[in-house]
Design a protein around this ligand. Structure first.
Ligand SMILES: CC(C)(COP(=O)(O)OP(=O)(O)OC[C@H]1O[C@@H](n2cnc3c(N)ncnc32)[C@H](O)[C@@H]1OP(=O)(O)O)[C@@H](O)C(=O)NCCC(=O)NCCS
Length: 254
């Protein structure tokens, strides 16, 4: 068994492999990278140098030191990892701008890889695929104000019923598990923010243990498969990929 893979019969036992010697991704593979902000801090100066001038300017504008740190480390991390796959200097990578929505590689590496980033709490998650659209979402499970408002707007009737049927202490996990799956779908399709119920929700009920749920996002014509990923205590996480879920490989950044 390959280290870092997610075998069908061991869905709850993810082995996060060490970074491979050679960063190669096959067409049928999806690679998921996990990193921790507190461990990445030691790379701050290096990662900062990878950023483009507009990114450095944007980072400098943040009023909060914490937000600046997270921005630099997560952007630097994306550049470092993609740089390995592409055999390129991380600083040389070009991306579409923030205002254009979902970021894509541009320039000489345009269309070489698909990727999507998410960060919450101490975790950064980066999903990579060769040819297929991908969306990832991670959320630290936490108290949020008036979850009913979001539930009313974005959850399907069955999901709402399931939520209210749960005892209080199980609701937060259910909420974020469902939220991350919907968000991963939305991020995979690259559009569809809070504009309609159908856009962010799946046609098919995700349910309580949706690891195999093949879902069709309203916002896109292509089928999007979504899978809940067991990441870490107190975190919810999901990945969505256009088409069927491919071979998932899990790697952890030191
Ligand atoms: C833009 C958005 C997708 C980011 O999600 P988030 O949970 O705030 O943040 P995450 O950490 O998961 O992802 C951030 C990264 O996603 C990527 N991203 C930005 N816009 C994106 C888009 N339209 N599609 C996909 N990925 C996007 C960027 O790499 C970004 O990194 P950055 O912060 O360094 O710029 C989010 O703000 C949003 O609007 N989501 C849709 C809301 C919604 O309707 N959700 C339905 C779920 S029930």
């Amino acid at each position: 068994m390959l280290l870092g893979t997610f075998p069908e019969n061991m869905k709850n036992s993810i082995l996060w492999g060490k970074p491979p010697k050679h960063f190669v991704i096959q067409p049928d593979e999806v690679h998921l990278w996990r990193a921790y902000f507190n461990r990445l801090k030691k790379k701050y100066n290096l990662f900062k140098e990878y950023l483009s001038d507009p990114e450095k300017t944007e980072a400098a504008r943040f009023g909060s030191e914490e937000i600046r740190l997270r921005y630099i480390l997560s952007r630097g991390f994306v550049r470092r990892v993609l740089g390995f796959y592409l055999g390129a200097n991380p600083a040389s990578l070009e991306f579409s701008g923030r205002s254009s929505g979902k970021p894509y590689l541009q320039g000489v590496h345009k269309n070489s890889l698909h990727f999507n980033l998410s960060h919450s709490g101490n975790i950064i998650l980066l999903g990579i695929s060769r040819q297929r659209e991908i969306g990832v979402d991670v959320e630290l499970q936490r108290d949020i104000e008036q979850p009913e408002k979001i539930i009313g707007r974005l959850f399907l009737d069955d999901e709402k019923k399931r939520y209210v049927s749960l005892v209080e202490k199980k609701r937060m996990k259910f909420f974020f598990d469902l939220w991350t799956q919907k968000e991963a779908q939305v991020k995979c399709s690259g559009r569809g923010l809070f504009n309609s119920k159908g856009t962010a929700s799946a046609k098919k009920n995700i349910g309580d243990n949706p690891s195999d749920g093949a879902l069709t996002a309203e916002a896109s014509d292509q089928q999007i498969s979504t899978r809940k990923i067991k990441l870490s205590r107190n975190y919810s996480c999901a990945i969505a990929v256009a088409g069927t879920i491919a071979n998932l490989c899990f790697f952890e950044w030191d």
